[in-house]
Design a binder for this molecule. Structure first.
Ligand code: ARG
Ligand code: ZN
Length: 848
């Protein structure tokens, strides 16, 4: 049942235009779909349309009602026999959006009708050639009760509104831009909204609307500001203008992913739209800015130019993530943005790439496409585009994207088409670079140095992991930014090497003494560098590259913690170097990052046989030691940057908060009543949500005497705001206190919790499955609980279930005891009757 890239065939029919009518009722909806179709392949007699669980009302060709002998309905298709070469097909069918818990196709989020069609949701709405290389012009009429659903939206421009005598309203939308079905959207509801406008570079006026549940309008302004920033940025950086008179965004609470770029009608998880200073953290504000931009940027990289097939997903996603990362870097601190992006790549994508579900950014096969909206396709895909940007340089890259837009506008294309444009416009040969699209696993680079007679030799050896099926893979071609520093910390040279062979040497001559190497600056390639005895303390002090400075601090801490895990004393030179960081007069958010110890995930990825307890033990011991050693200095950082009355989200104040909260986290392991009081005061007095959740988290984990009161206060203040309650659930299920599992089980009965809302499931169950301490408990209680949830949720929402199953990806690398416990649970899931193909694909790959 797997689908292979190598089996791709062009569609046999095209759809010139499609006219949709939706008659929405409380129990069901009637869809009328009129398509003008043409045969592309003259020999094809049967039209096979994608259609999931079709309940057909009527079927016509050229206004002639078809008898049952003319068509065949199966679970996944509608086949119409003996069709002419040009015809109009009219399908009338019945669907049940109210019962749709999978949140794919047309469904209800609360009282709002909405859609999610990427990649293959449209086929559960109406029969169609539901594949991205079939593009058509859509006209859509939505009809619903005027009072319950005064707002009726679809793609494109509004062309007609009729209020009918039967208290129903009908609104018609027309989208002039041909598009694939996955970009179709519909919304109906009693929505609040804010409105604004944007004038494009060439002078067109665009009406901007953000819709939400009534009462949340005041939380939409940050999203609106971000949208205008994104529109301007895309004009300036890529020369891309918006192309319709109206841009609508709708926020809904039940949404499987972050957001969706439907043409002219983006639908968002409300977590990426709604924010105000009382209810959203600084990270939430940043996340909104980046996701709003991401979906906007898709209008050119995704919608105007789309994917030929779903194997090409990274064509639009890798590129669009790269674009949103650059946007965020331009509007905020670039150095912090880069480190955050690398952090999230390494915490999620590197783990995936080292697991049995590893796949190239352009996969070769899939069972459920929904499983391939991965950090590999998105984040590693973005790194691949970033490398192209580095190899070409800014100017050539812009020429190349211009050529890409000019050559393929209005088409459904492949990653090879994109690479063609990059190469054609720049004159730079990228044929050796293509490996990045077709191989999986994180490449390693072994670095060896030698120095004699003024000659410094760098020997680089690529260590390439095998593919998941154990086949050998080839070396990569990539840019490697590096620099050399002299003994005094002065930079002697900075350069971008191109690595292309399995093993190669780079020679640097006429040096007075052995230089100090700064390698993979700015994380120019998504690789793992292996270097014996690097000069971490030196680089932390002197390197001009903000990424390598950070990286050196991380690596030094990793080295220190690992030596402690082997039973050695705490390395005093690390402690000293850490002390210097505290004194640096630099960007405050960047400083907060430098002071963070490596994550458990980072340390775990380096173990041959993963075991979490030794990691915790060593990390906690080091944290405590740092707190004791630097208490006074850190306390001063706290006091100097703590402004409880300020909740503004400008970069200076966000920086102060992030450093201040880092300081508080460093101090927490002291566990003194004074720190407890300080944390409690921060919770009680601070106006910023970031401050309050940090304090709440520390109280929960370290000062349990104070925790109950604060948690109770938080709950009663925010129980009516689901988005805020996600934070509450996350803190409790990530906790290291006694009895976490028991509490998580009880919280499922909380009136706020709802298993049908993905955000809540992720923050309670998903976060628990990433609570290393309790998920991997040696009595299997964590595994059993999550396995039960996967089985249960799989029947409601397969995408949610297979997302949760991701927590088991570490299976192949975990210690034997845990592995056996996991195996039993994974097997139990796999044995479940009618397991969805989403969960089947993930679990069976993990078990293999
Ligand atoms: N294209 C959307 C985005 O990148 C994500 C859609 C995800 N859909 C899914 N079924 N997994 O913003
Ligand atoms: Zn996207």
């Amino acid at each position: 049942e797997a689908i292979y890239l190598k089996d791709y065939k062009k569609p046999a029919f095209s759809i010139e235009s499609v006219n949709l009518e939706f008659d929405l009722y409380e129990e069901f909806a009637i869809v009328t779909n009129i398509m003008k179709m043409n045969k592309v392949d003259g020999n094809e007699k049967t039209l096979e349309l994608h259609s999931t669980d079709l309940e057909l009302v009527e079927l016509y060709i050229n206004d002639l009602k078809l008898k049952e002998s003319r068509y065949i309905i199966s679970k996944e298709s509608l086949s119409v026999l003996n069709v002419p070469s040009e015809f109009t097909l009219k399908v009338v069918n019945k669907i049940y959006p109210q019962n749709n818990t999978e949140l794919e196709g047309l469904y209800k989020s609360g009282s709002i009708f909405c859609t999610q069609n990427e990649p293959e949701g449209f086929r559960s709405i109406t029969p169609y050639l539901d594949r991205p290389d079939v593009m058509s012009v859509f006209t859509t009429t939505v009809i619903a009760d005027k009072e319950s659903y005064p707002v009726l939206l679809s793609n494109g421009n509004k062309v007609d509104t009729k209020d009918r005598v039967d208290k129903r309203r009908s609104v018609t939308w027309h989208d002039p831009h041909p598009k694939p079905s996955y970009l179709f959207a519909l919304v109906a509801g009693d929505l609040g909204s804010i409105t604004d406008e944007f004038t494009t570079a060439s002078g067109s006026n665009v009406e901007l609307n953000i819709y939400c549940d009534k009462g949340n309008e005041s939380k939409c302004y940050h999203a609106m500001k971000s949208l205008k920033e994104a529109m301007l940025w895309d004009e300036q950086k890529y020369g891309r203008e918006y192309d319709l008179d109206i841009y609508n965004i709708v926020a809904v609470d039940s949404f499987n992913m972050g957001a969706m770029e439907n043409k002219g009608l983006n639908i968002f998880n409300s977590a990426y739209v709604l924010a105000d200073e009382d209810s959203a953290s600084d990270a939430n504000f940043m996340g909104i800015q980046s996701v709003i931009a991401h979906e906007y940027f898709h209008n050119w990289t995704g919608n105007r130019i789309t994917c030929r097939d779903w194997f090409q997903l990274t064509l639009k996603e890798g590129l669009t993530v790269f674009r949103d990362q650059c946007f965020s870097a331009d509007l905020n601190s670039a150095e912090v943005q880069r480190i955050d992006d690398v952090k999230s790549l390494r915490e999620r994508q590197f783990v995936e790439d080292a697991s049995p579900t590893a796949h190239p950014i352009q996969p070769k096969s899939y069972i459920s496409m929904n499983n391939f909206y991965t950090s590999t396709v998105y984040e590693k895909g973005a790194e691949v585009i970033r490398m192209i940007h580095t190899l070409l340089g800014e100017e050539n890259y812009r020429k190349a994207t211009d050529l890409y837009f000019k050559s393929f506008d209005g088409q459904a294309v492949t990653t090879d088409d994109f690479l063609w444009a990059m190469q054609e416009a720049s004159g730079i040969d990228l044929s050796a670079f293509k490996t990045w699209y077709h191989q999986s696993g994180t490449p390693k680079l072994k670095v060896e140095e030698s120095f004699s007679d003024g000659v410094y030799k760098l020997t680089l050896t690529q260590v390439i992991p095998n593919a998941v099926d154990s086949t050998k893979q080839n070396p990569y071609y990539y840019p490697l930014k590096m620099g050399l520093l002299d003994e005094s910390g002065e930079e002697i040279l900075a350069q971008t090497l191109v690595v292309s062979k399995e093993r190669e040497e780079f020679i640097f001559q006429n040096l007075k003494s052995k230089p100090i190497l700064s390698i993979n600056r700015a994380f120019s390639a998504p690789i793992i560098v292996e270097q014996k005895s690097a000069e971490y303390a030196f680089l932390m002090k002197y390197d001009s590259d903000s990424f390598v400075k950070y990286e050196s601090a991380q690596n030094f801490a990793v080295e220190t913690i690992e030596s402690m895990m082997r039973g050695q004393e705490i390395n005093s030179s690390f402690v000293e170097a850490y002390g210097h960081l505290l004194d640096l007069d630099i960007d405050l958010s960047y400083k907060a990052l430098l002071l963070e110890l490596p994550s458990v995930s980072t340390l775990m990825q380096r173990q041959d046989e993963v075991d979490f307890e030794p990691i915790y033990e060593a990390k906690e011991k080091l944290a405590k030691h740092l707190a004791v050693t630097f208490e006074d200095k850190v306390m001063k950082l706290y006091v100097d940057n703590h402004f409880p009355n300020v909740s503004a989200i400008d970069s200076l104040n966000m920086g102060k908060r992030s450093l201040k909260n880092r300081a508080l986290k460093i101090l927490a392991p002291l566990e003194t009543p004074a720190i407890g009081k300080l944390t409690q005061a921060q919770y009680n007095e601070s106006l910023s949500m970031s401050d309050r959740v940090v304090a709440l988290d520390i109280l929960e984990n370290t000062f349990s005497d104070f925790a109950l009161e604060a948690l109770g206060d938080f709950y009663s203040k925010y129980k009516d705001q689901t988005l805020v309650m996600n934070k509450y659930f996350s803190i409790l299920s990530a906790s290291h206190r006694e009895g976490v599992l028991k509490r998580v089980i009880e919280l499922q009965n909380d009136e706020v919790y709802d298993e049908k809302v993905p955000n809540l499931v992720r923050s309670l169950i998903g976060v628990f499955a990433r609570n290393y301490k309790y998920f991997h408990a040696k009595d299997a209680s964590g595994y059993k609980f999550v396995a039960d949830k996967i089985i249960e949720i799989d029947k409601i929402n397969p995408q949610m279930a297979s997302g949760l199953a991701g927590a088991f990806k570490i299976y192949s690398r975990i210690n034997t005891l845990n592995k056996e416990l996991m195996r039993v649970e994974l097997q139990r899931i796999l044995n479940t009757k009618e397991l969805s193909k989403n969960s089947f694909e993930i679990i069976s790959k993990i078990l293999k």
